[in-house]
Design a binder for this molecule. Structure first.
Ligand SMILES: [Zn+2]
Length: 258
């Protein structure tokens, strides 16, 4: 399997081999540089792709699902837009999963309460969602996860099991933190990119092209454009006989533990 550990071992072996070979035949320094660059490139790719399972195992879809069932997830809330999202989900009888940022839970506790009361799930999306989160050490990441868990657990009364790393980036420190906290990492296989563009049609067309049974969609409950796309998307799913179910049901994993 292509994991951080296996790749590192392979490249260390390769460099050692080249180093030893160097005693017999002169090896150009650029070979060493090239190997290290390829190694760094693989690391960057593996860290930025949540579905690569490079640092941690992430659940990004259910490839065995044959029925028209799909899960929708919302990141970075709760925010005032979450209320509009909840209204739409109710209208279309859809159940979603909200990956909440700890500091936003402190600002909008009543919205988290409503999310849960309306039958949706919540998961951990770090406390700060800092730009520098991927450079934090395992201790700091663990603290953020625990802080957000305890904020959510006030509403669930059960242990939070799902975590989605900010930006979908994973690192060796995140892996170590997760070994302590025991969260399951939930990724996605249908990314809307609604965080990068506000162009409603672009986002909508991007999502529907990728829709298939067992998929997990990533949206954000932080902007009016995402709410507009959601309505269009829920209509599309209804017309195409898709059922929107929770991540828990889609993956057969528990969102909370006693
Ligand atoms: Zn996020």
């Amino acid at each position: 399997m292509i994991t951080h550990k296996n790749i590192s071992l392979f490249f260390i072996f390769l460099l050692l081999l080249l180093f030893l070979l160097n005693f017999y035949i002169a090896i150009n320094i650029w070979w060493f540089v090239a190997i290290i660059l390829v190694w760094l490139g693989i690391n960057a790719f593996g860290s930025s792709r949540i579905s690569s399972n490079y640092h941690v195992k992430a659940f990004c879809n259910n490839p065995f699902e044959k029925e028209k069932k799909i899960a929708i997830t919302f990141d970075d809330g709760p925010s005032v837009f979450t209320l509009e999202v909840l209204e739409l989900l109710k209208k279309y009888n859809a159940k979603a999963t909200f990956f909440c940022i700890g500091k936003n839970i402190e600002t909008h506790p009543e919205i988290v309460k409503q999310i849960i009361a309306e039958g949706h799930l919540v998961g951990n999306h770090s406390y700060s969602h800092s730009k520098f989160f991927d450079f934090y050490n395992a201790k700091k990441i663990t603290e953020e996860l625990q802080k957000t868990d305890s904020l959510l657990e006030k509403f669930t009364s059960k242990k939070i099991n799902f975590f989605r790393p900010p930006y979908g980036v994973t690192t060796p420190s995140i892996r170590r933190a997760l070994q302590l906290t025991g969260h399951k990492v939930i990724g996605w296989n249908i990314r809307s990119l609604d965080g990068g563009t506000k162009n409603q049609n672009l986002i909508f067309n991007r999502i529907i092209k990728r829709v298939s049974p067992g998929g997990i969609v990533l949206l954000h409950d932080t902007g009016s454009h995402s709410v507009l796309v959601l309505e269009q998307f829920l209509q599309f799913l209804q017309q195409n006989n898709y059922e929107v179910i929770s991540v828990e049901e889609l993956l057969n994993l528990k969102a909370y533990e006693d």
